[in-house]
Design a protein around this ligand. Structure first.
Ligand code: ZN
Ligand code: ZN
Length: 421
């Protein structure tokens, strides 16, 4: 057998995982600032959950989902997204009963059988927030604000971010709009791709999502969902925009934005970065006021978004380059054949670690000169230990960047004052 990972399943190696951890920390921190609490749903769910929640006819469920029977023949799926799982957990655990609003966020791997490309793998990682239990337009604005705050906290300039916004109305508005859109699209059938011609009959809003130039041209002059809203939805949309103005969040209304998933209602949005190319969204989301009921709960309005970690990693890496190796506090360099020396080294190593200093020792039997060079790349301090040092009960601690040295007692090296800087 060859030592090779499965196509689309990528290792994150130590040099890069440092950056991942930083982004993850920032996600936890920002979500905490906005009073969202972490939920960790399992990676495996009943396949039916996504068929119902995400939509039977979507590419995600239809073509990209990993589905497999367990040993009893139950159809399971590796989660292709997390919103359906969060909603399932919300219903199952009665999270609504602990307060009216459940504000949750998640972070973790998702799986889709797509063509792997830069920044897009079959195992990929998403972060997202879900606020379940309120229709308040201020909550839509909060979720959008959180998204923008998160991305800018990673150092991506706000000026280069574009917020696309639209409202696609409630379940009562959809058939009206769908009919108007389908009628328009039927007049332009010959300009649409074959997929889209089929979509006109099945789900015409998908045509607006198509990336093919011909379809985009037709979409550009299509009827606007925001012009087919009922009174309540129109007012809701107006208030969302007013709150975004209050928050100083720039957005532009994009009537072709409908998002690829079936469950969205009312507000939909996407945050794009100029650094990624125009069509690549960093994150996207919106309202899904009917999903909780669709999955067996009571009627509960909700809003959220999800974004891909891989894209953030790419962006931050392009801006900052890969970071250097993680810095270690101390490297111990035992010298000579005295068996007492290695024993003492192992003991001091333990004491340093207990005291909270990260420490390692030379295991590769390199010459002192070579070992010192390696230590200089990895650690802040090096400590050379030989028979002489043991006999004197003192060792020389060297600050590797400055070259400054101090003699410190071996007995209390870990807690000793006066480490050179
Ligand atoms: Zn409506
Ligand atoms: Zn098309």
């Amino acid at each position: 057998m060859r030592a090779e990972s499965v196509r689309g399943m990528r290792d994150v190696l130590p040099d890069e995982s440092q950056l991942w951890r930083r982004l993850e920390r920032e996600i936890h921190r920002t979500c905490g600032l906005y009073a969202y609490r972490e939920i960790r749903p399992p990676l495996v769910e009943l396949a039916e959950l996504f068929a119902r929640g995400v939509g039977e006819g979507t590419d995600i469920v239809h073509k990209e989902m990993y589905v497999f029977p367990d040993r009893k023949g139950l159809q399971l799926a590796l989660r292709p997204e997390a919103t359906a799982s969060v909603v399932r957990a919300y219903i199952e655990h009665g999270l609504h009963s602990r307060g009216d609003l459940a504000k949750l966020y998640y972070l973790g791997p998702m799986f889709r059988y797509e063509k792997p490309q830069r920044g897009r793998q079959r195992q990929f990682h998403q972060y997202g927030v879900e606020a379940l239990g309120s229709l308040d337009p201020a909550l839509d604005a909060e979720v959008i604000d959180l998204a923008a705050e998160l991305v800018s906290s990673l150092g991506l300039s706000r000026e280069r971010l574009t917020m696309r916004l639209n409202s696609i109305g409630c379940s009562a508005d959809r058939p009206v709009y769908r009919a108007a859109l389908a009628a328009y699209l039927r007049e332009h059938l010959e300009d649409l791709c074959t997929d889209c011609r089929r979509r006109v009959g099945e789900n015409p809003m998908r045509v607006l999502d198509c990336k093919r130039p011909g379809c985009r041209e037709v979409a550009a002059t299509a009827p606007h969902s925001a012009h087919h809203l009922c009174k309540d939805c129109a007012q809701h949309y107006g208030e969302v925009k007013a709150y975004l103005d209050t928050l100083g969040l720039a957005f532009h209304e994009d009537y072709t934005l409908v998002r690829g998933l079936d469950y969205y209602t009312r507000t939909v949005f996407e945050l794009c970065s100029a650094e990624l190319g125009a069509q690549d969204a960093l994150l996207g989301g919106g309202r899904y006021d009917d999903l909780v009921e669709l999955l067996g709960g009571s009627s509960t309005p909700a809003v959220g978004f999800a974004g891909g970690l891989e894209r953030l990693v790419l962006l931050v890496k392009e801006r900052e380059g890969t970071e250097s190796e993680e810095e270690l506090d101390v490297c111990l360099l035992p010298v000579g054949d005295d068996p007492r020396v290695r024993g003492a080294t192992v003991k001091i190593l333990r004491e340093l670690r207990s005291s909270g200093r990260s420490a390692d020792m030379e295991y590769m039997d390199r010459s002192l000169r070579k070992a010192m060079q390696v230590a200089a790349r990895r650690a802040q301090w090096a400590v050379v230990l030989g028979s002489t040092e043991l006999d004197q009960g003192q060792a020389t601690v060297r600050h590797l960047a400055s070259g400054r040295e101090s003699r410190l007692p071996l007995e209390s090296l870990a807690s000793a004052e006066g480490w050179p800087r």
